[in-house]
Ligand binder design. Structure first.
Ligand SMILES: C[S@@+](CC[C@H](N)C(=O)[O-])C[C@H]1O[C@@H](n2cnc3c(N)ncnc32)[C@H](O)[C@@H]1O
Length: 213
């Protein structure tokens, strides 16, 4: 099933970018960055999170391996620029999270949503997080579906969507696994929370985060 680049989806993603979601609230609470901060979102998809950081004044780089996805994210940036009447400081590039050419410690926050969970093999699962930590100088945030939930475990078993650059698989992190991997990558002050309020085991999405300093 190819990704749907319809005008309806574009409009919905534009709305999420402008008005936010629980994930946006989580990101802005954990890494409350504004004017002049440098932000990287590798595996950005439509870019609705990174673009929202740009609306707060950050300088943002969005990276995705799929040319068509990158063009879609650029269309959303174009719509935002038209609505605002000035260009947002956002670069949207084709790139591979496993081979990022940025120097170490380049960004104030490096984050993504729904990315490392699509590599079940150890090398890319841990390697993608290691790369995020390498290029950050402060915050790293990894958001994904909650491996504690039966529904997500079932979705993992039946998952067959093929994102470019990923196998048609998904293996959600449990909070414990995500915490262990973030620590293994060298982060300090690591924590994992549910994105929705309430008990962590009930949240569809979890977010793991830590700091380099
Ligand atoms: C689940 S989607 C992320 C969705 C995104 N959070 C959003 O809001 O649209 C995973 C994304 O990772 C991208 N991707 C896959 N392999 C990649 C790689 N090696 N480097 C960078 N991006 C990659 C896919 O093209 C896809 O857009």
């Amino acid at each position: 099933m190819p990704k749907d680049f319809s005008i309806q989806n574009l409009f919905r993603d534009l709305e999420y970018t402008i008005f936010g979601t629980e994930v946006h609230q989580f990101l802005f609470r954990i890494a409350p960055l504004g004017e002049g901060a440098l932000v990287l979102e590798p595996g950005c998809g439509c870019g609705k999170f990174g673009l929202a950081y740009a609306l707060r004044g950050c300088e943002v780089i969005l990276l995705d391996i799929d040319h068509e996805v990158v063009n879609y994210a650029r269309r959303i940036r174009g719509a935002l620029n038209s609505l605002l009447g000035f260009p947002l400081p956002v670069q949207i590039k084709v790139g591979n999270i496993h081979r990022m050419h940025f120097a170490g410690n380049s960004f104030d926050v490096v984050f993504n949503e729904g990315v490392p969970q699509h590599w079940p093999d150890e090398e890319k699962r841990q390697g993608s997080i290691d790369q995020m930590v390498r290029v950050s100088r402060d915050y790293v945030i990894v958001i994904g579906n909650n491996g504690l939930r039966e529904e997500e475990q079932e979705a993992d078993r039946s998952f067959d969507f093929t994102y470019k650059g990923m196998p048609p698989r998904r293996k959600c992190f449990t909070p414990d696994e995500l915490e262990t991997r973030l620590k293994k990558a060298g982060l300090k002050k690591v924590n994992v929370e549910g994105i929705s309020p309430g008990k962590i085991e009930d949240s569809i999405l979890i977010g793991g985060y830590g700091r380099k300093q």
